[in-house]
Design a protein around this ligand. Structure first.
Ligand SMILES: C[S@@+](CC[C@H](N)C(=O)[O-])C[C@H]1O[C@@H](n2cnc3c(N)ncnc32)[C@H](O)[C@@H]1O
Length: 206
């Protein structure tokens, strides 16, 4: 059942050591999941001319590699992930590196609503464009998550896929968490088949 509000539960991949074979296998599964969801295509379409891009919770960086291939141009990519020893809040609070865009793919749903607001408040001061592709909290996405065995996904991926949809987003939930400052255009909508897209664009960048 898909609940009308988000439900967060721990994801197994977050609690396995990065070198654990089940974690390694699950990251490989994630590459296929991203391909099925079309997330690289969706993100690439909204990056415009951005060159310096930080990917929050970027994992092994394969998603941004796929985005780069789609764009057919080189990006200057910073992968922010605890598997590389970088916590997103530390990065956003401390980086002074100029960024054209911040990306988040299958990451924001890990956060409570309070942490989401905190992260967005920091992100809005760091880059003029924010693009996120997250699991959509829908019956179709939940059905897809339950079919992970069909692509040979391991137990970690099968568990986390269902947990991700339950913690995913619908309606204008991400827009509601974005700071209510003037000068931003927000877009939030389903990105079929299973994703939920959020784009915040500063008018200064238009
Ligand atoms: C579901 S994976 C998605 C990885 C990647 N974005 C992709 O699409 O393949 C979520 C990632 O978020 C990372 N993560 C979770 N909480 C984090 C935090 N507070 N700071 C940095 N990374 C975090 C995990 O290590 C994991 O790699």
């Amino acid at each position: 059942m898909v609940r009308s509000s988000r439900s967060l539960e721990p994801e197994w991949l977050d609690h396995l050591p990065p070198e654990d074979p089940r974690a390694v296998r699950s990251r490989a599964d994630l590459r296929r999941v991203n391909a099925i969801m079309g997330n690289a295509r969706i993100i690439a379409r909204h990056l415009g001319g951005a060159r310096r891009v930080a990917d929050l919770g970027g994992g092994d960086g394969s998603l941004m590699q796929a985005v780069q291939r789609r764009l057919k141009r080189e990006l200057e990519i910073t992968i922010v992930d605890r598997v590389c020893g970088l916590e997103v809040f530390d990065f956003l609070a401390n980086t002074r590196a100029p960024l054209d865009a911040i990306v988040a793919n299958l990451f924001l749903h890990h956060l409570t609503q309070a942490d989401l607001r905190r992260l967005f408040a920091l992100a809005a001061t760091r880059a003029p464009l924010f693009v996120a592709c997250e699991p959509r909290r829908s019956a179709l996405a939940l059905a897809g998550a339950r079919l992970m065995w069909f692509i040979g996904a391991n137990d970690v991926t099968r568990h986390d896929a269902v947990a991700s949809v339950r913690a995913g987003f619908a309606g204008g939930e991400l827009s509601d968490a974005w700071p209510a400052a003037p000068g931003w255009s927000l877009e939030e909508r389903p990105a079929p088949p299973f994703s939920h897209l959020f784009v915040a664009r500063s008018h200064a960048a238009l």
